[in-house]
Design a binder for this molecule. Structure first.
Ligand code: FMN
Length: 133
């Protein structure tokens, strides 16, 4: 069963630019080898991550990520079954949404989640957080 999880979190103060670069590279390599798609973005002290893939794989990774001391104040945005995954690959970037592909897939991802968003206006908030408006 395919699942998706998305969250926003705050990077720990002690993280250097190099630490973040290494984390982005690590997550790309590791997710490609475990067939998890999505993306991890870092911008102005915040992370935004989307994970899509087999439920067990995605949830066990997410449980590890939640415990990771390199970030805190994690806010879960979506955690649900998906029948039509949007991400065809995994990408990680230091600058917020620098490719057209990211813009297209994130918009599509959020469009499909509009119905399941817990709070009204949440999708809009995420779009504005990501500068997608
Ligand atoms: C913001 C953030 C995002 C992360 N994303 C991933 C990820 O997508 N894939 C991954 O394997 N590890 C990711 N990690 C690292 C995991 O928390 C963990 O350190 C890693 O999976 C290694 O765990 P292990 O040594 O228990 O296997 C992330 C960590 C943080 C702080």
């Amino acid at each position: 069963m395919l699942y998706t999880i998305a969250y926003i979190s705050r990077a720990a103060d002690h993280l250097s630019t190099q630490d973040i670069q290494e984390l982005l590279q690590y997550s790309s390599r590791s997710n490609v080898s475990s067939n998890i798609n999505g993306l991890l973005l870092f911008n102005e002290g915040n992370f935004f991550q989307v994970l899509e893939g087999d439920r067990l794989a995605v949830e066990s990774l997410y449980n590890k990520i939640k415990e990771d001391s390199r970030h805190d104040s994690l806010v879960e945005l979506f955690h649900e079954r998906t029948v039509d995954p949007v991400f065809k690959e995994y990408s990680s970037q230091f600058n917020l949404i620098s490719t057209e592909y990211d813009v297209i897939v994130i918009k599509e991802y959020l469009k499909r989640r509009k119905k399941t968003a817990v709070k009204p206006g949440m999708v809009h908030q995420i779009e504005s957080f990501l500068g997608l408006e």
